[in-house]
Design a protein around this ligand. Structure first.
Ligand code: ZN
Length: 447
């Protein structure tokens, strides 16, 4: 293909490819409300895709977001991706896959993506059903191409829609997606500049709708905020004799849904092939961890630093991290602290809350629980092998990779990818909490 044509084709394909990173809205679900006098608005919930806690915290400390309580660390799911994370926050049923494009083992084929999205008759139940103000599929796509202008357009629309709906809605839930695009493309500074504009707009909205207006803000995941390059995943699988396939017919076939440019990958294969796939990926540049479950419900965590088993009690109230060889997650000091506080039982299990507390300052926050969820209940069709990448690396859509430089991504198990934020004018939350715990603090009217 001549290079000009090729560029044009890529430019067309790119928005579709990249936009898989944030989950687009199904058709808008209007919520009727009783007409009221001037402003019925009492609560504004603002979800901002991909805004890391550290950035919001530093802005708050610098005097922005006046009238807000200090932000809390909101620990995302693993993978630290939008669909899985917001599903947890809103306590929705699991989606089929980790993102819009997924593998359906029953039908033995890849599904989802743009075309199915447009022509799907029944709407999946997702967090979008809670949201009144959100971007269209096209706007989501364009946001990853032109994050700056799209972010401003999204903010203008948010202000207009809030004013319009304030006449009859007492609660408005809004979702900004361009914050994620800014984090991926522009990095820390561009996102910080935009958040200052969000702050100014919120001050305006509060001035118009009364100081009594309660505002709640939170994000779904963080961002490593370092430039990234592609992990040679396909090459490594190839070299080990596996075949990149779109259906599974033999132990050689590996299906990898490709979407966005993110910090983890989801491999579908025959269970018998799992250890050999994991083996093939050890030592590949950018691969931080490879995880897969066995028939006993244990999860194997492998990397070049060692191999461990992660297990939970049947009621998931306690977790065990057993080092088989080396220490892949670097949790030996965590185990020491748990032992020192007498929180490890005779079988090696420590309570869920103790793991949460002790892993918070480590590079793998809340890892035992998040890893088990990722290969288990996080989605309807969990992957056979999940690969988590080091900061500075990504995998995903090959067309997007050719044209877009990425200044930050998320999706991995790393703490930097995984710490979102929660902040509000009126709700006091603990300094750190999990996405799944947020519902009890939101206390929104039933819908
Ligand atoms: Zn993203």
């Amino acid at each position: 293909m001549p290079s000009a044509t090729r560029k044009r084709v890529l430019a067309l394909a790119l928005p579709l490819a990249l936009s898989a990173c944030a989950t687009p809205a199904p058709q808008a679900l209007a919520r009727s409300g009783a007409p009221a006098d001037s402003s019925a608005l009492r609560t504004l919930v603002l979800m901002m895709d991909g805004v890391p806690y550290d950035l919001v915290d530093s802005l708050w400390r610098a005097g922005h977001f006046r009238g807000f309580q200090p932000p809390s660390r909101l620990v995302s799911a693993f993978p630290s991706l939008t669909g899985v994370a917001f599903r947890g926050i809103w306590q929705e049923l699991p989606t089929p896959g980790y993102e819009d494009r997924y593998f359906d083992p029953g039908e033995n084929r890849l599904r989802g993506g743009l075309l199915e999205h447009l022509f799907r008759s029944e709407q999946e139940s997702t967090f979008h059903r809670f949201v009144e103000v959100q971007p269209s599929r096209l706007a989501v796509s364009l946001a990853y191409l032109l994050p700056g202008p799209l972010a401003r357009a999204e903010l203008r629309r948010l202000r207009e829609e809030t004013d319009r709906r304030a006449a009859y809605d007492s609660t408005i839930v809004a979702y900004l997606v361009s914050t994620d695009a800014l984090a991926h493309r522009g990095g820390r500074d561009e996102l910080a500049t935009f958040l200052v504009e969000v702050d100014a707009m919120l001050a305006e909205i509060r001035a118009r709708h009364g100081a009594g207006l309660r505002i709640v803000m939170f994000s779904d995941h963080g961002n490593d905020l370092v430039p990234t390059r592609r992990v040679p995943l396909d090459e490594a699988l190839d070299a080990a004799g596996f075949r990149s396939a779109s259906r599974i017919e033999s132990e050689r076939d590996v299906v990898v849904p490709r979407f966005g440019l993110v910090g983890s990958s989801f491999l579908y294969a025959l269970p018998a092939a799992e250890p050999r796939i994991a083996e093939a990926l050890l030592g590949v540049e950018g691969v931080d961890l490879v995880v897969f479950a066995d028939e006993l419900g244990r999860v194997h965590v492998w990397n070049t630093r060692g191999r461990a088993l992660v297990e939970a009690t049947p009621d998931r109230s306690a977790y065990r991290y057993r080092m088989i060889q080396g220490d892949p997650l670097g949790f030996a000091p965590v185990l020491e602290r748990l032992h020192a506080r007498a929180e490890v039982d005779s079988n090696g299990f420590a309570p869920d809350s103790a793991w949460f507390r002790e892993t918070l300052p480590t590079p793998y926050v809340d890892a035992p629980r998040r890893i088990l969820q990722a290969v288990g209940t996080a989605v309807r069709y969990p992957a056979n092998v999940i690969v988590s990448y080091e900061p500075g690396f990504h995998y995903g859509n090959a067309a997007a990779d050719l044209v877009v430089p990425i200044n930050g991504t998320h999706g991995s198990l790393r703490t930097s990818s995984s710490i979102a934020f929660f902040m509000s004018t009126h709700v006091a939350t603990p300094p750190a909490l999990r996405g799944e715990e947020l519902q009890r603090y939101l206390r929104l009217p039933a819908r």
